[in-house]
Design a protein around this ligand. Structure first.
Ligand SMILES: NC(=O)c1ccc[n+]([C@@H]2O[C@H](COP(=O)([O-])OP(=O)(O)OC[C@H]3O[C@@H](n4cnc5c(N)ncnc54)[C@H](O)[C@@H]3O)[C@@H](O)[C@H]2O)c1
Length: 371
């Protein structure tokens, strides 16, 4: 199973590997036009047995592989991790024909891709995503970034992986939280443009939570295909691609409010996107309507938060509220002074709009964000 797309006539591939064809990875690497130098970066939280399995597989390609462990939670998505990677590339004389492979979640992927785009103005980047969020979302589309001065993804480039490997072995062994936290990004793809995704999420719940590979591969395939449809003709996010930000104006505001104040990774990005989608629908419709209920029902079905639980976050109601309100104005989609959000008046018909009604913005935060 694979997906292919081209950007400026360059081919990019997403390869789905079941356990019995994992050998494909080393074959693909061996056939890559390269100087045989590979930097393999892996997230420190992945089970070491899995890291060894994938590393040994990649070694069969005959490449010289340097293996480096990275602590890569959201709080480490910064210039320190970026320069650590750049320093290793420099110290080992990597060239433009060398390869960086990230084996981790969205954080390690975004920072490794940024380093790959900056080093010698670009070397080869391969992504092996290890969380559901990174499998269905951050592994493709080319958005690279670090968080800088407390603002999420404020410094970054657009740079696309040559290859993405989606591994059955990873999907089967993911801890529950990192598995479920990616479901909101899948719901998002369904709501903005794919009916089959929503029906799979509703009807195949048991197979999904019990990690049936065929159903999961289908779900990932459809989500990635939907994402490709939205970004391919609009790589630099001028219009159509913005729809993929559904839920993100509020999600980023929530993540920044909690992380900046507490310096702790309390909420996963995907979990915040789930709450953010509810906020954006509520703001648009001024009430809980059918689309709101569809999203809320799915979040509940997959045991995902529909609100921030105040008792879990060491912040007062007032501090959280004010900080979220302020952060909404840092939205990166803004073109004037007002933040923008994705309005879903009708299923599968996303539109970008400005947030202009500040009283109702306050009410939306009050009504939909915390409990
Ligand atoms: N570039 C994009 O288009 C895009 C899209 C969505 C999200 N993102 C970014 O991705 C990040 C969120 O991604 P994420 O949720 O994967 O975060 P993450 O990379 O921080 O991973 C979440 C947690 O899971 C751990 N982890 C990763 N893989 C694991 C595994 N196999 N087993 C056990 N633990 C594992 C990590 O150490 C971390 O503690 C955010 O920074 C967000 O901005 C980028």
């Amino acid at each position: 199973m694979k997906l292919e797309y081209s950007i400026n006539k360059n081919k990019h591939s997403i390869l789905f590997c079941k356990d019995d064809n994992i050998k494909k990875m080393s074959q693909v690497l061996a056939n890559f036009e390269t100087d045989k130098n590979v930097l393999f970066l892996f997230d420190s939280k992945i089970d070491k047995k899995i890291v060894e399995k994938i590393f040994n597989e990649l070694k069969l390609s005959g490449c010289n592989i340097i293996k480096i462990e990275c602590v890569s939670e959201k709080l480490n998505k910064n210039e320190k991790l970026l320069f650590k990677i750049l320093d290793i590339l420099l110290a080992n004389n990597f060239t433009k024909k060398s390869i960086v492979i990230s084996f981790g979640g969205g954080v390690l992927g975004d920072v490794s891709a940024l380093a790959s785009s900056l080093y010698l103005r670009g070397l080869n980047y391969i992504c092996i995503p290890t969380t559901m969020t990174s499998i269905v979302d951050s592994s493709i589309g080319g958005k690279t970034a670090i968080n800088y001065k407390g603002i999420i993804n404020s410094v970054g480039t657009y740079y696309h992986p040559k290859i993405v490997f989606i591994l059955e072995h990873v999907l089967k062994n993911l801890p529950e939280r990192e598995f479920l936290a990616g479901i909101p990004e899948i719901i998002k793809c369904g709501i903005i443009g794919n009916k089959t995704i929503l029906s799979l999420l509703k009807k195949k719940h048991n197979q999904i939570v019990s990690r049936n590979t065929n159903v999961l591969f289908k779900l990932c395939y459809l989500s990635l295909k939907t994402k490709i449809k939205f970004f391919l003709d609009d790589i630099f996010e001028k219009n159509r691609r913005l729809s993929l930000n559904f839920g993100h104006t509020f999600a980023h505001a929530i993540e920044m409010a909690i992380e900046l104040k507490t310096k702790k990774d309390f909420i996963r990005h995907g979990e915040a996107v789930g709450i953010g989608m509810l906020c954006e629908v509520f703001y648009e419709k001024k009430k809980r309507d059918k689309i709101f209920n569809t999203i809320e029902d799915l979040l509940k079905k997959y045991n995902l938060p529909t609100k921030v639980l105040l008792k879990r976050v060491p912040l007062s109601r007032e501090k959280l509220h004010n900080s979220i309100y302020k952060n909404i104005f840092l939205d990166k989609k803004r073109v004037g002074k007002n933040p923008r959000y994705i309005s879903i008046k009708k299923l599968y018909h996303p539109q970008i709009k400005e947030i202009k009604d500040f009283n109702f913005l306050n009410e939306t935060i009050l009504e939909t964000i915390y409990d």
